[in-house]
Unconditional design. Structure first.
Length: 327
């Protein structure tokens, strides 16, 4: 029997959906090995009893609440380490994202625990949890088994499905933590808002998707200009590699661990077209690929392929579209 501890990220009184997916996953797997799912939250006065109790709807039986700096890794590591020392959870599970990776890695170092990152599935085996992660450009699956007292599992973003149970409520346990000196040296000065975070790519008729071929975050301006030229119900999407790199928001990710889309027109700009990306957009009406590599896999299933420098092709295409629409 082993309990699972999950960190739940929140911001201005709202719980992070990806974290809640990890809670649901933790609850389902913990029940298979005779344990429970517990959650940890760290923050200020917005962590009300009602908000913390609501995590129970996703499968947590207890929520450990600590007052401290919000959105920083080191204070959360202090809290989770203390909770594990006092309550003996056997696994710590994170939903992914930059903060989840930082906290999970720090906790692994603090507790001398085994850690697996980029996990896409967790299952029970002989009374313990094992983690599965893709390797070799997602062509094979590697299985991690934990031998120590604590196993740390860090999921890919959006890898875990959110499951709710109406009426369920978690017990709230306040944790008094003496933070390490280095944990209070950093301060959150400002939280930036990612562009495109509120766009519904699943409902768009036209998607302009960008990949690593755009070269840098600023390269997405080309995709945004082209989407704006199309007008109407058009939006910008992205591959997992670029959202993991922080170039574009996770809400715009298309692929196996992102969103599945089926627009009338899908324009892939600088996207190689690995199988995990294909899974998310192969239902598109017409697929147009722009890539400098003539051997890019995406050309195998694109309806129209353009080989060349996207920095010249995309602006020219945007101008042609504007002229055609009389904009």
């Amino acid at each position: 029997m082993a309990d699972v501890l999950v960190y739940v990220l929140h911001y201005e009184g709202a719980l992070n959906k990806n974290s809640l997916g990890a809670v649901s996953e933790g609850a389902a797997r913990a029940s298979e090995i005779g344990g429970e799912c517990h959650a940890v939250v760290v923050g200020g006065d917005d962590l009300t009893d009602e908000l913390c109790q609501s995590i129970g709807a996703y499968g947590a039986t207890k929520v450990f609440r600590a007052r401290g700096p919000e959105g920083l890794a080191q204070p959360v590591i202090d809290v989770m380490a203390k909770v594990i020392d006092e309550h003996g959870q056997g696994y710590a599970l994170f939903g992914g994202g930059l903060l989840g990776f930082e906290i999970g890695a720090g906790l692994a170092a603090r507790k001398h625990a085994g850690v697996t990152m980029e996990v896409i599935a967790v299952r029970a085996e002989d009374g313990k949890l094992v983690a599965e992660r893709p390797i070799l450009q997602d062509s094979q699956i590697s299985v991690s088994r934990y031998q120590g007292d604590l196993g740390i599992i860090i999921g890919r973003i959006n890898a875990f499905e959110t499951v709710t149970k109406d009426g369920a409520s978690a017990e709230v346990v306040d944790v008094d933590v003496e933070y390490s000196p280095w944990s209070t040296q950093a301060e959150m000065v400002q939280r930036g808002e990612q562009r495109g975070a509120d766009v519904d790519i699943e409902g768009a008729d036209i998607l302009v998707a960008g990949g690593r071929g755009l070269g840098k975050p600023e390269g997405f301006q080309l995709a945004e200009d082209l989407a704006a030229a199309f007008g109407g119900n058009s939006a910008v999407a992205a591959t997992r590699a670029v959202v993991d790199a922080g170039w574009y928001p996770y809400s715009a990710q298309v692929g196996q661990t992102g969103k599945t889309v089926s627009p009338k027109l899908y324009v892939a700009v600088g996207i190689s077209g690995a199988i995990q990306h294909k899974v998310g957009m192969q239902g598109s009406g017409t697929i147009v690929a722009i890539n400098r590599d003539p051997n890019a896999p995406i050309f195998d299933y694109a309806d129209l392929g353009v080989v060349g420098d996207l920095n010249q092709i995309v602006p020219g295409l945007a101008e042609l579209v504007r002229r055609h629409r009389g904009a």
